[in-house]
Design a protein around this ligand. Structure first.
Ligand SMILES: NC(=O)c1ccc[n+]([C@@H]2O[C@H](COP(=O)([O-])OP(=O)(O)OC[C@H]3O[C@@H](n4cnc5c(N)ncnc54)[C@H](O)[C@@H]3O)[C@@H](O)[C@H]2O)c1
Length: 287
């Protein structure tokens, strides 16, 4: 049989990140199976409506249904994407259950490559307790401050244990910063007026196209096992220097290394080093 392109199931395909990820994967030759409980405005590849809190539906979706062939890999983005959108118990029930179902169904049908959306929140957002040092990175224990974030930490732990059970499995968790599309950049210059306005995530962001790049690189990353990476853009949302922001808002917090003028305070050094991630977009090119 001729080689078929790799089929990647993308959950949350209708979402902010999902639409960028599905477009990027399709542009790079992947066969995309878009999964969501909502139909995307523009369907990439094939679409199958799935409620991820129904394990049977997830198994069938990944194993193949009628004209949908089985998936070779999974990108799991679906979630209630922030604290405070729904009640905490609803967020927990939807997000934790969906992730368990996706991870377990993937294993059940023999999928070994799973890339999934963790979150910058596990680094201690909104930083009412100052960060241990900046730029923050993957080296300190998670500090979830909300139920939403707590679920991301539980998912990171679940990934570690599942990979311990099954050393052939790869589960890459991407701790995305605040996802932005080009149309969001018009509001950025207004952030400068108040340094406290975006202090909650250390003035970080990630362009959806760069987030998609990180997903693709994580899919192609050959290592096995569980790992996590902070994924942000190379710069902050501010015109002021990163050093002056830290000095004013987090006096006394250790600054590690030499900070570039607008350098991100959410370190992407590990993603650069291990995945070859390099953000290609900046809000500064659009405003
Ligand atoms: N947007 C951000 O700034 C941000 C930052 C860090 C991490 N994340 C994470 O990235 C991922 C994607 O976020 P987003 O901004 O694209 O969110 P989004 O709300 O735009 O998209 C999420 C999608 O998941 C779907 N979904 C949710 N629960 C589902 C279920 N039970 N069954 C089927 N589909 C379901 C929704 O219908 C929606 O289309 C999430 O895991 C989120 O936690 C987002």
């Amino acid at each position: 049989m001729p080689d078929q392109p790799r089929r990647v199931a993308v959950t949350g395909a209708a979402g902010r990140l999902g639409r960028a990820v599905t477009a990027d994967l399709a542009a790079h030759g992947y066969d995309v199976l878009s999964l969501d409980r909502v139909r995307p405005a523009e369907v990439v590849g094939q679409f199958l409506e799935v409620d991820l809190t129904s394990y049977g539906e997830v198994v069938e979706a990944l194993a193949g249904v009628d004209e949908h062939r089985p998936a070779d890999a999974v990108v799991h983005l679906a979630a209630i994407p922030a604290p405070g959108l729904r009640t905490n118990a609803v967020t927990f029930a939807n997000n934790a259950r969906s992730s368990y179902d996706v991870y377990a169904a993937a294993r059940a049908v023999g999928i070994r490559d799973i890339v999934w959306a963790s979150s910058e929140t596990v680094l201690g957002l909104p930083f009412d307790t100052p960060p241990p040092y900046v730029p923050v990175d993957e080296e300190y224990a998670p500090r979830p401050e909300s139920t939403y974030s707590l679920v991301k930490v539980l998912e990171e732990e679940m990934a570690r244990q599942l990979c311990r059970w099954d050393p052939g499995l790869k589960m890459v968790g991407l701790r995305f910063s605040n996802v932005m599309h080009v149309e969001d950049y018009a509001q950025f210059p207004a952030f400068d007026a108040d340094p406290l306005l975006r202090k909650w995530n250390l003035w970080g962001y990630v362009d959806a196209r760069d987030g998609a790049q990180a997903v693709r690189l994580a899919l192609e990353h050959p290592a096995r096992g569980a790992d996590v990476f902070v994924v942000a853009n190379a710069d902050t949302v501010m015109s002021r220097s990163s050093a002056s922001l830290v000095a004013e808002v987090f006096p006394g917090v250790e600054v590690r290394g030499d900070l570039g003028e607008h350098e991100t305070l959410l370190s992407i050094a590990k993603a650069r080093r291990v995945l070859g991630y390099e953000p290609r977009h900046s809000w500064r090119d659009h405003v």
